[in-house]
Design a binder for this molecule. Structure first.
Ligand code: FRU
Length: 489
């Protein structure tokens, strides 16, 4: 199958679409309508598949479908027909997909292993009637690279034991025991199940009732491991809504050990994968070998349905490569924009690190900065309407910040216009920074991704200027600004 870029398939569409006010130019968003969580992310036969919570009927949340897009390079996406529609068991809530290479499920044919998706069937009728068993796990399979799906006739494969929030199954292969693990969010904890065939599931254990943040319901988990200097270090991602560090949604993580049955954490205090406001329900692609590539929904349940966009609502973050780092005996996650970003990098625009000089900002940009010795700094994005968003570091509280107090249209939500801070983790003297700026988002990575912060904003006119504010005595090492080409061209 060859994917044809949207503009090649229909040159008129490219002119019409993806140029609405605030439309992200280097981030995936469906052509129209509402999107939330990334789902079913699987790499198969040279394509990254991205399914997503999708309501094709409006630009607010509704009966959930799985939308579908595919990409060869994690940046240019071709939107494909809706993959899964609601059925008699309910809406199609979040879940995951795997390439079942050994045909453990028996859904495949010789020489053609199936893609198997697992998702939560959410029955709105049961919910309305006040039952507690309206979320159940079901599976579907595809023999044509995700283009068409058949639902398993004996769905659901995992029935609800009476827990209202019982959802978002994420599959992984536990090679040591040749079995599948399903990591499931069950209200205030994570439950692990195992299976040999993806159809029959056995409960293994629970984790988390007394660990991490509990200001809201646990959702959208993911479990995977890294080989760190010869040792397997496991990571458990858990999204939580509300209860994030700045209100609303956010994703926490734990590091620890997993033995195929039980997750034993190294730490129980809360750590966030992203210290910003707008990175939720993120999980990783399956079947990517040693690479762990993460994608989140670049919004927040506090205001996702109210943001000032019209025919479309929400985009995904830039795909991020995850890695692990040990600092003083503690393991931390790093997240960093994928190297594929270089595919849309055009010329470097300005190599002089002069401070206080306004530079023009035309469309998406990547800024890279190195400070041999980190001191207060800020980078201000602004427009002629006196609106601005400022990103920087404050030595006073040792925190990075994004200030969107004056960033434009914010009256759709009381709490939107504010400054958010995230404490620096690294204790190094020097610091490297990457900023990815799109029409209505900024993604900030410091210390090779030990701190990541993501925020969206809605200026009444696109920001067209940026300025670096540093003390004249502050030394700047590397300074690059690179124009990024729209992925919709
Ligand atoms: C997370 C979430 C999931 C659920 C889905 C419904 O954002 O609430 O827990 O499966 O969205 O769209």
């Amino acid at each position: 199958m060859i994917y044809i870029g949207i503009c090649v398939a229909n040159p008129m569409r490219a002119q019409r679409d993806y140029h609405e006010p605030h439309r992200l130019q280097i981030h995936f968003s469906p052509k129209d309508h509402w999107m939330n969580d990334p789902n079913g992310m699987v790499y198969y036969k040279g394509s990254y598949h991205l399914f997503f919570q999708y309501y094709p009927g409006a630009n607010v949340w509704g009966p959930m479908h799985w939308g579908h897009a595919a990409s060869k390079d994690l940046l240019h996406w071709t939107e494909l027909p809706v993959a899964l529609y609601p059925d008699s068991l309910g809406y199609i809530f979040s879940g995951s997909a795997v390439a079942d290479m050994n045909n453990t499920s028996g859904f495949g044919k010789k020489g053609n292993p199936p893609l198997v998706a697992i998702y939560t069937n959410h029955d709105p009728k049961g919910e309305k009637e006040g039952t507690s068993t309206f979320q159940n796990q079901s599976i579907a399979y595809s023999l044509d690279e995700g283009r068409s799906w058949k639902k398993y006739l004996d769905n659901p494969v995992l029935k609800n034991p009476g827990i209202k929030d019982f959802r978002d199954p994420k599959l992984s292969w536990y090679g040591n025991e040749k079995k599948w693990i399903m990591t499931l969010a069950t209200f205030d904890r994570i439950s692990f199940f195992s299976s040999r065939d993806l159809k029959n599931w056995t409960k293994e254990s629970d984790f988390g009732k007394d660990a991490g943040a509990h200001g809201g319901v646990w959702e959208c988990p993911d479990l995977f491991s890294f080989n760190y200097h010869g040792k397997d270090i496991w990571v458990l991602l858990v999204s939580i809504n509300p209860g994030g560090p700045h209100g609303g949604s956010a994703t926490q993580y734990f590091t620890g050990q997993f033995n195929g049955h039980v997750f034993t954490p190294y730490q129980t205090q809360t750590r966030w994968i992203d210290g910003g406001t707008d990175n939720y329900a993120g999980v990783t692609w399956s079947n990517t070998g040693n690479r762990k590539i993460f994608l989140g929904w670049m919004s927040n349940w506090e205001y996702a349905a109210k943001v000032p966009t019209e025919n479309w609502r929400s985009a995904m973050t830039i795909p991020r490569e995850l890695s692990i780092e040990e600092l003083k005996g503690n393991f931390y996650l790093r997240s960093f924009p994928v190297k594929e970003l270089s595919l849309i990098s055009e010329q470097k625009t300005d190599l002089s690190p002069d401070a206080q000089k306004s530079r023009s900002l035309k469309g998406p940009l990547k800024l890279e900065l190195d400070f041999p010795s980190l001191d207060n700094f800020s980078i201000e994005l602004s427009n002629g309407n006196n609106e601005h968003c400022t990103i920087g570091f404050d030595t006073g509280n040792n925190s990075f910040f994004i200030d969107r107090t004056m960033s434009g249209n914010a009256n759709f939500e009381k709490e939107f216009a504010k400054k958010i801070s995230s404490e620096r983790i690294s204790q190094e003297k020097g610091c490297d920074i990457i900023l990815i700026i799109d029409n209505s988002s900024v993604e900030f990575f410091a210390d090779k991704g030990l701190t990541a912060m993501t925020a969206i904003f809605f200026p009444t006119e696109d920001f067209d200027t940026f300025k670096l504010n540093i003390d004249p005595k502050t030394k700047v090492g590397k300074y690059n600004s690179t124009i990024l080409r729209s992925i919709w061209k």
